[in-house]
Structures are given as structure tokens and as C-alpha cells.
Design a binder for this molecule. Structure first.
Ligand code: GTP
Ligand code: MG
Length: 493
């Protein structure tokens, strides 16, 4: 609920609060229901800001007996302990709920401000009532992600860690969770800071060079920096981070897997079997599926987004043709393709066309309807189909499904596990910033190598790279970037 109170990354990477930001800078005390909507065993109200302790004191009566007759607590709460007692209406004195209350004084708190967390019974009416009283006493309703935004603005976590909080909450697979936890620990931030340090050092040297040399002189002095240092300390580390993006994105958002094949081979039946429910319509008539049908599953720890598609064939039916166009769209954006054929029919011209269409893509060949044939009757796969591992299944009986899942896992899960050793970039925002920084750093390197560019041009390129890199950790992120990031959070986080 409240992660470790580790301090930020040190003076050098101190966060500079973005201009125009609301949270943290306004001195407001904010409050929200921190638990999910709906009834639960317990619910939590969170309050952060200078008035948090005083507000809680007005509402809280310690101990168990007759809360109505007790005066408000005069002593401060025991910090970092659960204080047992009752909440009462501040004017009426009417008991409202039996609660546990935690007080975390700043700066050793999630936001680095004073925080109160009240654990009460988890009914929405109780929670709403307590929240209303807290607001009457001087707190305002928190905006989405405002607690985490304050943690960032107050320098406890960097922006990539704040984003990891949202990823952690939204993680839909074990791998996504691991990835978010690592980012939350500051792993990506420290890798970025290492590169930022290298660029800063080089800039300092160039600037010293500029000061003593002639303004706009051609060529940075050999003593300052050379393009090899830039290559090793900046360009290669950025390239390394960018290489991990493909895996990182899949682990975070899930692997997009398209099921394709000619009509009636059992694509929809296969989807239903994988997710274990009748989501897609199945009929004996070819051309049943028109709109793509999407479903989620977890296979070998990786989140998978499955897309069942309209069977691919030449068709005169305008509606079916629109469905087939959508199949092609799904194919284009898929990370992995399941190409389904039938066990009782030797692949024909239609299958051949599909095979040609997915050539060069990462795909698994799935031979379905194995229950219809004996071992001896099983089709012999033509040579062209033997380039890929074939998996024999029956969507009807469920036979071979474990093999199919292992096949998918082997193709992606194994690679992903190996890549997990590296720092993985999974967020498109980070990837774009890294690409921008790489572009600028390469320009600077080219300038240094040719010895042609004016010194101040090289410095300019490096400064641009620096801004891009610092945008990832939030040292140079504008208010609009922060708004866009924190808008995606839930209220209370
Ligand atoms: N015996 C047997 N029949 C199957 C199997 N899988 C699917 N079928 C049958 O094949 C027919 C077509 O199945 P669907 O799952 O609708 O096939 P599809 O590939 O989605 O077809 P379109 O949506 O038309 O492209 C249905 O009658 C299913 O019951 C299987 O493993 N064994
Ligand atoms: Mg179908």
C-alpha cells in the first residue's frame, strides 16, 4: 500500500518541479478513498498535506469504550503505528465507525508530506461519509494520481518510478508485474542518470573549451572529448536500452497474437478453448467470424491479447470482405501469428496464399481437428510447411493445448526471461525520448568526428540529448507531460 520510503537519487539528479504544476505546490491538504470502488472487507481513506494530522484528530477517539463521551485526542498520534479507535462526527459526536489509523509524518511518507491513512469498514457509504467529513474539515478531493505526483514533485521518486506505480497497479501478468517492480525500484532511472552524468561531464568539458578557445571555433580540442567516448558512454548505452523495448512493451502490454487461417478450420473454437469460455461464435458454416474477436489470457506468465479473425479467402460478399480486411490489419500489428490448418485436409491453394502472406512473420503452425483422423490418416505436411514447428491440436477435445501453450511460451517466454536480465524499456514515452537523445548524440558524434562542426553546435546537440534523457526521469518534464501521465492514474494513488 505504501512503498518503502527510500530517498531520491541524490543532489545531482534533484527533481525540478515543473512550472504550473498544481500538486504539492499549493499547500493544500488532499484526500481520497484509496481502495477500489465497491464493497470490501476494509476500505482506506488517505489524507496528505499539512492539515492531515489536525483533521484526523478532530474525528478520532482512541480506545474502544463510549466514543461519544470522549474528548478529541489531545496527544499526537503514534507515528508509523496503527492507532485503534472510533471516528465520530466532528459536531454531533455520533460514532461512525471503528477504525485503525496510521500517521506517517513527512518526509518519511509516500508523498513526503504528513499522511493519515484511515482503515475503516469497506462499504461505499461509510467511506463516502468519512471522506465528506474530512473535506468539511479542510481537505480537498485529490485528483487522479495526485499522491504519486506529490511524491515525484517532492523528490522522493523520479518520473519513471511514478509511471511504474501505475504499471504495477495495472499489471495483468506476472512478467508485467516484475517489470513494473523493477522500474519502481529505480533501475531505469539510475541507468538514465548514468548516461545523463556522461553527457553532463562532456558538456562541461566542451564549455570550458569554449570559454578558453575562440567563440565558434571549428573543432573541439582533442583534449576535450572525442567521438569514441561519446559512442561508448552515451550512444551504446542508449542503443542497449532501445533494444530491450520490443520485449519490454510485450511484457507490459501483453503479446498480441492473431489467429488466422482459411474459413472453418476452427480458429474461433481454438480461441474459446484457450480462454476456456464460449466467447466467439462457432458454426459449421464457413465465413462465420466477421469482426475480429479479442480476448486476454496468460500463457507461461506472459499476458496475451488474442485476436480471432475472419477466415481468409476470396469472397464476393461485401461484409465478409470487410472482415477479411480487418484480419489483414490484425496480422500487420500482431507480434505472433497462429496459422491454423486442418488435420484431415491437405493444405490447398487457399492455405498456400495465407502462408505466403505471413512469410517472414513470427508464426506457429497449428494443425487442428486432430480428433477426426487416426495417426495413419494424418496429413503429411508439404515441405513448405515444415519450416516452422507444427503443433497438433483438437479444439474440440482440448488435446494438444498444453503443447500449444508451451510452443507460444517457448517462442516468447524464453526470450523474455533472458532479456529480463537487462533493464527493459517498456513505455512508448521513454522509447521516443531515447530515440530523440540518440539522434542528437549521433549528430554530436558526427560533428566531433569530422572535426567540422563548430564547437557550440556540438554543445547544442548534447544539450538537446540531455533534455530528452532528463524528460524520462522528470528532471526536465513540463507540466503538460505530467498532466498526461498522472491523468491515467486512479484517484487515491
Ligand atoms: N471435430 C472437430 N471439429 C472442430 C474442431 N474445431 C472446430 N471444429 C468445428 O469446425 C467448425 C468451424 O469451427 P469455427 O471455430 O467456427 O471455425 P473458424 O475457423 O472460426 O471459421 P470462420 O469463422 O468461418 O473462419 C465448427 O463446426 C466446429 O465445431 C476440432 O478440433 N475437431
Ligand atoms: Mg470463426
Amino acid at each position: 500500500m505504501t512503498p518503502n520510503f527510500k530517498m531520491g537519487d541524490g543532489e545531482r539528479h534533484q527533481t525540478i518541479p515543473a512550472k504550473g504544476s498544481v500538486a504539492g505546490a499549493d499547500g493544500d491538504t488532499i484526500a481520497a478513498i484509496a481502495t477500489a470502488a465497491g464493497s470490501g472487507g476494509i476500505g482506506i481513506i488517505r489524507i496528505s498535506g499539512p492539515k492531515a494530522g489536525a483533521i484526523a484528530q478532530r474525528l478520532f477517539r482512541p480506545g474502544s469504550a463510549r466514543p461519544k463521551e470522549k474528548p478529541p485526542q489531545s496527544q499526537p498520534f503514534k507515528p508509523y503505528r496503527l492507532n485503534y479507535g472510533h471516528l465520530v462526527g466532528p459536531c454531533s459526536g455520533q460514532p461512525l465507525d471503528e477504525v485503525l489509523l496510521a500517521f506517517m509524518p513527512g518526509p518519511r511518507s509516500y508523498t513526503r508530506e504528513d499522511i493519515i491513512e484511515i482503515q475503516c469498514h469497506g462499504g461505499q457509504i461509510v467511506l463516502q461519509k468519512i471522506l465528506d467529513m474530512v473535506r468539511t474539515l479542510g481537505a480537498r478531493l485529490a485528483e487522479p494520481g495526485e499522491f504519486t505526483r506529490r511524491a515525484f514533485l517532492n523528490g522522493r521518486i523520479d518520473l519513471s518510478q511514478a509511471e511504474a506505480v501505475a504499471d504495477l497497479i495495472n499489471a495483468r501478468s506476472e512478467m508485467a508485474l516484475k517489470l513494473a517492480a523493477r522500474q519502481l525500484s529505480g533501475e531505469l532511472g539510475s541507468r538514465i542518470n548514468g548516461i545523463v552524468d556522461a553527457v553532463t561531464d562532456m558538456l562541461a568539458e566542451i564549455e570550458a573549451d569554449l570559454e578558453f578557445g575562440e567563440q565558434g571555433s571549428v573543432g573541439v580540442s582533442a583534449a576535450a572529448i572525442d567521438d569514441r567516448a561519446l559512442q561508448e558512454r552515451v550512444i551504446e548505452p542508449i542503443q542497449g536500452l532501445l533494444r530491450g523495448y520490443g520485449f519490454g512493451r510485450i511484457l507490459r502490454d501483453g503479446l498480441k497474437l492473431a489467429i488466422v487461417g482459411r474459413p472453418n478450420v476452427g480458429k474461433s473454437s481454438l480461441l474459446n478453448r484457450i480462454i476456456d469460455r464460449e466467447k466467439a461464435i462457432v458454426t459449421p458454416f464457413p465465413g462465420t467470424t466477421r469482426d475480429p474477436v479479442e480476448a486476454s489470457a496468460t500463457i507461461e506468465g506472459v499476458g496475451i491479447r488474442l485476436i480471432d479473425t475472419a477466415g481468409l479467402r476470396e469472397s464476393q460478399d461485401p461484409i465478409e470482405r470487410m472482415g477479411i480486411e480487418k484480419t489483414r490489419e490484425a496480422l500487420r500489428s500482431a507480434d505472433l501469428v497462429l496459422f491454423v490448418i486442418e488435420a484431415q485436409t491437405t493444405p490447398g491453394a487457399e492455405d498456400q496464399r495465407i502462408l505466403a502472406e505471413i512469410k517472414g512473420r513470427e508464426f506457429l503452425l497449428v494443425v487442428n481437428k486432430c480428433d477426426l483422423v487416426t495417426g495413419a490418416e494424418m496429413i503429411r505436411l508439404p515441405e513448405a510447411y515444415r519450416v516452422n514447428p507444427a503443433i497438433f491440436v483438437s479444439a474440440k477435445t482440448g488435446d494438444g493445448l498444453d503443447r500449444l501453450k508451451k510452443g507460444i511460451g517457448a517462442l516468447w517466454g524464453q526470450g523474455a526471461r533472458e532479456e529480463m536480465g537487462e533493464t527493459l524499456v517498456s513505455d512508448l514515452r521513454h522509447k521516443l525520448a531515447l530515440e530523440g537523445a540518440l539522434f542528437d548524440a549521433r549528430n554530436a558524434a558526427r560533428g566531433l568526428k569530422d572535426n567540422r562542426a563548430a564547437t557550440d553546435m556540438v554543445a547544442m546537440d548534447l544539450k538537446h540529448a540531455l533534455v530528452q534523457l532528463q524528460g524520462i526521469t522528470g528532471q526536465a518534464a513540463g507540466g503538460d507531460v505530467l498532466d498526461a501521465i498522472f491523468r491515467k492514474f486512479c484517484i487515491g494513488k
